[in-house]
Ligand binder design. Structure first.
Ligand SMILES: NC(=O)c1ccc[n+]([C@@H]2O[C@H](COP(=O)([O-])OP(=O)(O)OC[C@H]3O[C@@H](n4cnc5c(N)ncnc54)[C@H](OP(=O)(O)O)[C@@H]3O)[C@@H](O)[C@H]2O)c1
Length: 385
């Protein structure tokens, strides 16, 4: 029996993970859950899965849950330290890291330091601290298994391959809801239109990142660290059907690809059961029904954030931290209807232009750069919007 902790249990990845674990109750038991503020859903999850430790964002939320749970013997903790405690819980065999954004960094690092398997969904963590995570995993023996469908695809393609045989890896992107929108109309797109993703049902932040293609930019940087590839070996193709999740071209000219129906439960389950596979109960991929698989180059005019993400990938150091922080603040401002859709890339671009690149080799340095960038982005928003 494998014991699992889920960081971000009330989110899209978290609830999908619990569905899998519920279906495979003879193989997995839930021992820890960390959520933000969704007390009622966490309460339901506690009743169903009986974890030993749970965490919420604030002390008040934790106190409410504690009262709701009555005498159930469950440790209820809170705040960033609470999420870290869940991540470090001594019974964990697998930690699913699925808190959105930089908030997931400390708990993810904590899980990696304990030497368990970390099923990594939180891509922002690899973007801002890829080198740190890799070196802590090397010291502790932790296995980092990707949950992102594109990285799971590359991971599966590379399972029996030697790194030196890889020519390049190509991540696919659906193109989001505005792939075919006339360029002049994109700037007026509303929050609702940007959240209407054509293929995937995900959390709000990652859905907006998919509409701007920043999601793919972050994934390029994540792939660099996960697979030890050079920036020049990483590419993106728009693939509106979202059936081929990734392709890996080998030096002999063969291209390997991973295909599946568009459902996050496949890569999540694989990260839990790897190297084995189990029946997911999902329908087969019927290519005769899909009929055509299309691939397009990325139009930078349509997705200006991709050029910034490429620059951050190539420059490294503090620039990925700045890219991520400015984007998180700008996306939040868009979701609160403070700025328009096209302003997201304008704001991120301007913050990156002003940034002076420095080293970001420690967690402390990452947090300082993250805080400074958020303050600068907030100031820019106040001045302009
Ligand atoms: N969804 C996908 O299909 C998908 C695919 C690939 C990668 N990812 C990545 O996976 C991560 C999660 O995505 P998602 O779509 O599942 O996001 P989501 O639906 O927004 O869920 C985020 C989760 O994080 C929790 N959370 C937020 N702030 C927290 C904090 N300070 N402390 C503890 N928990 C906190 C939320 O709790 P409350 O809701 O209780 O506040 C929720 O459980 C992201 O990094 C995303 O890029 C997602």
């Amino acid at each position: 029996m494998k014991k699992i902790a889920i960081l971000g249990s009330t989110g899209s990845i978290g609830t999908n993970t619990l569905e899998i674990v519920g279906r495979m109750a003879d193989e997995f038991a839930v021992v820890g859950l960390a959520a933000g503020s969704n007390i009622s859903l966490l309460h339901e999850q506690v009743r169903k899965f009986s974890p030993k430790i749970v965490s919420l964002r604030t002390q008040a939320e934790a106190a409410r849950l504690r009262a709701d749970l009555g005498r159930l013997p469950i440790r209820v903790v809170h705040g960033p330290e609470g999420a870290e405690e869940v991540a470090r819980f001594e019974e964990n065999d697998i930690v699913v890291a699925a808190i959105t954004g930089i908030e997931g960094l400390r708990p993810t690092v904590a899980a990696v330091e304990t030497g368990v398997r970390v099923a990594l969904a939180n891509k922002e963590t690899m973007v801002v601290a890829g080198a740190i995570l890799k070196s802590r995993a090397a010291s502790s023996g932790a296995e980092i298994i990707p949950v992102d469908s594109e990285h799971s695809g590359i991971f599966q393609c590379l399972a029996k391959e030697r790194q030196e045989d890889v020519r390049k890896a190509i991540l696919t992107a659906s193109g989001g809801p505005f792939f075919r929108t006339p360029l002049a109309e994109i700037k007026d797109k509303t929050v609702e239109e940007a959240l209407a993703h054509p293929r995937w049902k995900m959390g709000r932040k990652v859905t907006i990142d998919s509409a701007t293609l920043m999601n793919k930019g972050l994934e390029l940087i994540e792939a660099r660290w996960l697979f030890g590839l050079k920036p020049s070996q990483l590419d993106i193709l728009i693939h509106p059907q979202s059936i081929v999740h990734s392709l890996v071209e080998m030096r002999d000219g063969s291209t390997l690809a991973q295909l599946s129906v568009t459902d996050m439960r496949i890569p999540i389950q694989y990260a839990l059961t790897y190297p084995e596979r189990r029946n997911s109960g999902l329908s087969s991929l019927e290519l005769s029904r899909v009929r055509s698989l299309e691939f397009f180059e990325v139009e930078e005019e349509r997705y200006p954030l991709i050029a910034f993400a490429r620059r951050a990938l190539e420059t490294g150091k503090s620039l990925p931290v700045t890219l991520n922080a400015a984007n998180e603040v700008a996306v939040e401002a868009f979701l609160r209807r403070r700025i328009g859709f096209a302003d997201i890339s304008a704001v991120v671009g301007e913050v990156m232009e002003r940034h002076r690149v420095s080293e970001a080799g420690t967690l402390e340095a990452v947090f300082v750069i993250d805080r400074e960038t958020r303050a600068q982005t907030d100031n820019l928003l106040k001045q302009r919007y």
